[in-house]
Write a protein of this length. Structure first.
Length: 313
């Protein structure tokens, strides 16, 4: 995570620069040589976006470390490595909370960033940047317009059903295979086992969603990667439809550990692109020697592999 400091410095620089922006009452006369400045509101938004992206980068790194740690658990004695997995899960939860709070600014962003900075190495710049976000919010408050200048209140419209784009997937109750429901909180859900059925304890982590109209019906679907482990780890690409109040699972495709895993997902048009490690014949569980790039399409209510290539690392 060495890139975190440089990304957070960008957020800090954007927010700090606001102090030099003159307010309307002290603005210099406009001349041909006057340099245009970014409004405080836009600069604040950019600072929060930069902070969000910085935490997202850290989150990706922690998820990769967690995946590698879980792979070790499955190939060695679990008791020696389980503590490391739990520590990484705590780090991931802290980073996800900092990412979710970054766009809010103020005290929430400051406190969440400070908490993440305590458990993430090389994140010492996070607390300072969070303070800048808070100051940024105070420099440019979005005050309500005076009553005399407010536009007439429009008649109440029929409430719209919230789209999937408004759903916080990292803290949502989501349907899953076999009629199960995963109760994610800060991107993680620990499902207890069932002694009667022999079902083992299982941990689930969810990645950032991608949204796209995969079937051309004019409505966006959400595509996420759900990772489960530590025993028999696997990644599943899951497509959700419906709305934010009632998400429903449309299709899924699992990538099993020991064959292929996923560490990156993107969407191009109506195609889903996934990338990750792959195992060649004879590779030990800890050490895959290949990378795969796989293209998926949604057709007939199923996720189908359109193409897949493998290359040496």
């Amino acid at each position: 995570m060495p890139k975190l400091a440089s990304k957070l410095v960008l957020a800090s620089t954007l927010a700090t620069g606001l102090a030099a922006v003159p307010g309307p009452a002290h603005a210099a006369p406009t001349t041909a040589a006057t340099v245009s400045v970014v409004s405080p509101e836009l600069a604040c938004d950019r600072a929060r976006l930069a902070a969000r992206d910085a935490w997202r980068s850290v989150e990706s790194g922690v998820q990769k470390q967690l995946y590698e740690a879980r792979a070790v658990v499955t190939s060695t004695k679990p008791s020696k490595t389980r503590d490391g997995v739990q520590m990484l899960q705590a780090r991931l939860a802290a980073v996800q909370k900092a990412r979710e709070s970054a766009l809010l600014g103020g005290v929430l962003a400051r406190d969440a960033a400070a908490a993440a900075g305590k458990v993430i190495p090389d994140a010492t710049a996070s607390a300072a940047s969070a303070a800048e976000w808070a100051a940024c919010r105070e420099l440019s408050p979005r005050a309500a317009a005076p009553a005399a200048t407010r536009p007439p209140t429009a008649p109440a419209a029929t409430a719209k059903v919230p789209s999937l784009r408004t759903l916080n997937f990292s803290s949502a109750d989501l349907p899953y295979e076999g009629g199960a429901t995963l109760h994610f909180r800060s991107g993680t859900y620990a499902r207890p086992g069932n002694a009667a059925t022999g079902e083992m304890d299982r941990d689930f982590d969810i990645g950032e969603p991608e949204l796209a109209d995969l079937d051309g019906d004019g409505t966006e679907e959400a595509i996420v990667v759900i990772t489960s482990g530590p025993r028999h780890p696997s990644d599943a690409v899951v497509v959700y439809g419906g709305d934010a109040a009632h998400p429903k699972i449309l299709a899924e495709l699992a990538f099993e550990g020991g064959a292929q895993r996923i560490d990156r997902l993107s969407v191009s048009g109506r195609k889903i692109l996934v990338f990750g490690d792959a195992w060649a014949a004879g590779d030990p569980g800890c050490c895959p020697t290949l990378r795969h790039a796989t293209t998926l399409v949604l057709a007939g209510g199923k996720l189908l592999v359109e193409s897949s290539t493998r290359t040496a690392k």
